[in-house]
Design a binder for this molecule. Sequence first.
Ligand code: IPM
Ligand code: MN
Length: 359
Amino acid sequence: MEKKIVVIEGDGIGPEVTRQAVKVLNAIAEQFGHEFHYQYCLMGADAIDKTGNPLPDETIEACLNSDGILFGAIGHPKYDNDPSAKVRPEQGLLKLRKSLQLFANIRPVTTYPSLQHLSPLKAQQLEGVDFIIFRELTGGIYFGKKELSEDGTRAADDCVYTRTEIERIAHLAFQYAKQRRKKLTLVDKANVLETSRLWRKVVQEIATQYAEVKVDFLFVDNAAMQIILNPKQFDVILTENMFGDIISDEASVISGSLGLLPSASIGAGVALFEPIHGSYPQAAGKDIANPLGCILSAAMLLDHLGLAKEAEAVRLGVEWTLVNGFVTKDIDPINFYFTSTIGELVSDFVANRIPGGVN
Ligand code: IPM
Ligand code: MN
């Protein structure tokens, strides 16, 4: 199969982790007889430095013409402590999500038995934890009208949702739940927010079309607590943009390291795949970041391209490194391997241990 993949390395540790994912994709292409053509594009602080624009038009154009996008990370500390900066790296990612209508961000939370000791949770709470967060990604407070009064003493961010925006992601989440353990939890703040009451109403209506899926509703403050106290109870969590941002970071530490978790952002057409970690500037260029979140994002990209066997080969390679103690510094600060070594080990696994099979 021939596929066009846009690679956006981005900021901080983005370049070093995406390079490992590309190594693994190359091993997959070789082993399974595919051709992946990569086009490298700019976004974020890197794009601001080189072009003045966090999302150059050429990047949007290339993404629209591709079969999938692999993205590293975004953000630079020089913007974080400067509230008056007009151009910010994150604007690039937000604009890309909007331009490609990537309305659903899917973040699976899985646990690895060999990493249990790293989780802040106790072993008995961890066993059997396996859930997916569906976060709405192109609406809500992130994209509402922003205001700052002239004298700088009053600021506002509008939170708006339409029925259509809720319906399209709700259907997707119900379809996933149907294929899984058939439970969907809507996380909202319907005791206070009008937007949340609309979410509840629309989700209750859609639920009648998925009779086999059990639905429950949790206020976000309670959900934040339940994710830590009893994460096993969740199968598919559906929520709006900002609540999803917050609870998915919270959920990510359950597995033992933020560096492990991948995500997919899907929508109207082409989809984007990125690790959920940030640009981790303190580690940039040191070859110590965990590339597995990005490598597993490449596995989600393969699944999205219909290459399920190939995706599985990548996941097996990742598990093999973890089980055999080939881990980065975030997992073992004393006996650790470099980012690039982990990339090579997963690639070697794909090349040598998976019985070949040209599709
Ligand atoms: C994420 C990030 C982004 C978000 C930032 C970088 C704009 O935190 O993908 O979760 O808030 O959506
Ligand atoms: Mn986030």
